[in-house]
Design a protein. Sequence first.
Length: 513
Amino acid sequence: MTSQRFARRFCCVGTATLFWLLGLHTSAVADTPTTPYWLHSTTNVVSVSQPIEQTMLEPTDSVADVTGPVTPPPPPPTAAMDPLESVPDPAAHYDQESIEAILLRLEQLERSVAAAGGPDALPADGPAPDTCGGGIEPASDCSQCAGYDKGFYIRTTDGNFMLKINAMIQARYFANWRNLDPGDGDETEAGFVLARSPLIFSGNVISPQLTYWMILQSSGVDGRTFMEECRINYEFDNGLFVEIGRFRDPSFMRELDISYARQMGVDRSYQYAIFSTGIQEGICFSKQNDDYRVLTFITDGRTSGNPGVNKDFYQDACDFAVSSGIDVKFMGDWTQYGDFASWSDEPAAAFLGADIHYEGPETGDDVVANNMNEYFAWTVDATYERCGFMAFASLVQRHSLAEAQDITQSGVEFMTAYQIIPDKIEPFFIYQYVDFDGYTNVGSKALPVADSSVNIVNAGVNWYFKRHACKATFEVSHAFDPIPIAVPYTGFLEDVSGNSGQTVFRTQLQLLF
């Protein structure tokens, strides 16, 4: 109850109590016909002639608890009756029922004023309503728009401004065994790595349609902090979604479109590392409906946003690059497209994707090799999920369009998994094949290799404590052919030509919050 309401009720009760005491005094000295009806009995009445200390009641007492009859003394026989004393006192008729009626009426009036929303309106009893729509009763007014919902957030009551903060930790252990000749290095390498520890900021500004996304990442090599991704997004009323900034290419290779926090194994595959267009700087247009989505990404070229790459507008390695893709949903829900797992509460799902990427040369550049960067790539993939089982297959190919190069590289990946304990234990198997066609890459980065193809198998198990929020992964990988290019996050190191049989064990504990 507010202080205003308490003061009003205190005054009302005080006034009524004063009238009641006056009524007692008047009835004690007035003539019998004027005695109020509830004082006709001579019991349970406190005489005004009693000492004050005898009339004090304990908080738990009532007037009826005073023992013994009390009879008012008769008026002095010689005293002349004042004519005014024979007039009934209106205040004497404010009995307990009348007081309660007055209090009830006062309560109704206060509620009417509060409902009218006037300047003196009283707040309703109970906690303030949750105007932010979270559905959780706030502890105080200042906590209405702050809390945790798949991330710590703070927002305004109108929803036009919001900041959400997420973080992730990926702690890993690697062990690598290679066949090396004497003097070529250590055949066994092992150690711990804090692979990733990003801070992720997201939310909206001015309107829920204008959103942002930023990732501050810490390098697993030297600990440097850098801006891994940063983009501004806007969704138009017709469903067109526009993204501009630095971010992963969402329109080429599904494995890249899925976050590294939601992969099947410890990390993305070796095949992905060879053919991916990586993080780029540019603008993306996309539109999604119930059955399909289309995307087009115009950029400065593959890996133009990767760490360690010169990113200013005059330092690009190509004049123009574009990726475009279409994803079709035959069954299921689009939220299932965000990872490779088949959870127990998800319906059966089937997806098909097809993407292309074209990259032009950097014409007229002082670096002549940049004129060789023109190439074309395509990929198709299919996904099926049902009752804890999932299967994924992809095919990717790229072809150099430079006149001095005739390189066509291709890759295949097949992945399957089954949750033997739903949402808890998930064994998985991955097969990868890469045909380098005699070179490590296409364009200016192409270097000849003696071993043109690699076959790799991965087998492991995911142990989900709280789905992707907390999980442990154990994985063993084996390459049947020499590895021509080292990809440290996969655990594979470069082999000496002719030496094959590299084996990697890696395990990871992930915490996402």
